[in-house]
Design a protein around this ligand. Structure first.
Ligand SMILES: [Zn+2]
Length: 284
């Protein structure tokens, strides 16, 4: 469900995604005309097209599961995924007074991490408050106290445009927490374009003050996902169909990821980490 808590406070910061001008309650801009529509509590400014979501075979399955079982999907991923994420998101969200400060999830997918966080995504899942192109947010400049972007930037062709938009809508002193992958096999959602090293990530966020870069998922996760792909390829003898049948069986190895509860803290973990988490602040 979209959040009423969010809807009530959102009105003050909504702006036309095209000209940044005033938007009335029915999402009509004085200069551009109607730029969005309401579906219950959900504000739709146009997200992914159907064709974008159906481009990749694995992604088709993911979208079907996400749409039909949007509450179960995050839980299923948590168990079956070879990636052991460090618990960095909740402490970050708890560093804000969420009752008073606006914090948004830039590309929430089917997650709702807190009732008070604004859920934004290109997909119109049931939990999403604002369906939007994340490069053209319907939010005024300097309107948010904080934001998170979890495993989103690898899926967009132009991450710099997304990062610039994060910077625009954050208020000076506002903070973002961003997870990106380093050692992860290809995974479309609906696309997959890039990976980041620690220094590459700092470079991407050069317009911000970098507060920290941490290993977000450790080297066991990095190795395990590759190993699962490798096993499915070795055992499928060149058959794409067999590969697809075997890959889910390799998920039985996923609990090994728990080794990362220790290894993610190794001083050299960044060498082969599955992903990084960067925390940045918009300069005052
Ligand atoms: Zn406008």
């Amino acid at each position: 469900m979209t959040s009423t808590l969010v809807g009530n406070r959102l009105a003050a910061v909504l702006a036309c995604p095209r000209c940044r001008g005033y938007l009335d309650a029915s999402l009509v801009c004085g200069a551009c005309g109607p730029v969005g529509s309401r579906r219950g509590e959900q504000l739709d400014f146009g997200g992914f097209g159907e064709s974008e979501l159906k481009a990749d075979a694995l992604n088709r399955v993911k979208e079907l599961v996400k749409t039909r079982f949007h509450k179960l999907y995050p839980a299923a991923i948590k168990v079956l995924s070879p990636v052991q994420d460090r618990r960095l998101i909740t402490p970050f969200l708890n560093s804000f007074d969420l009752d008073r400060s606006l914090v948004a999830d830039f590309g929430c997918g089917t997650h709702r991490r807190d009732e008070r966080v604004i859920c934004m995504d290109g997909g119109s899942y049931g939990n999403v408050d604002i369906v939007t192109d994340l490069r053209r947010l319907p939010l005024a400049d300097d309107s948010l106290a904080g934001g998170i972007s979890i495993a989103v930037l690898e899926h967009v062709p132009d991450p710099a445009a997304h990062i610039a938009e994060m910077r625009r809508v954050l208020r000076p002193g506002g903070r973002m927490l961003v997870f990106v992958p380093f050692m992860q096999p290809f995974h479309a959602s609906p696309y997959d374009f890039q990976r980041y090293t620690e220094v590459g990530l700092r470079e991407q966020f050069g317009a911000f003050e970098v507060l920290s870069v941490k290993v977000g998922a450790g080297p066991t996760s990095g190795m395990l996902w590759v190993l699962q792909e490798w096993l499915a390829m070795v055992l499928s003898f060149g058959s794409r169909r067999l590969y697809r049948a075997i890959l889910p069986l390799t998920w039985v190895l996923s609990p090994l990821k728990l080794l990362d509860l220790l290894l993610a803290h190794h001083p050299m973990a960044a060498q082969a980490a599955s992903g990084f988490v960067i925390e940045v602040r918009k300069p005052a």
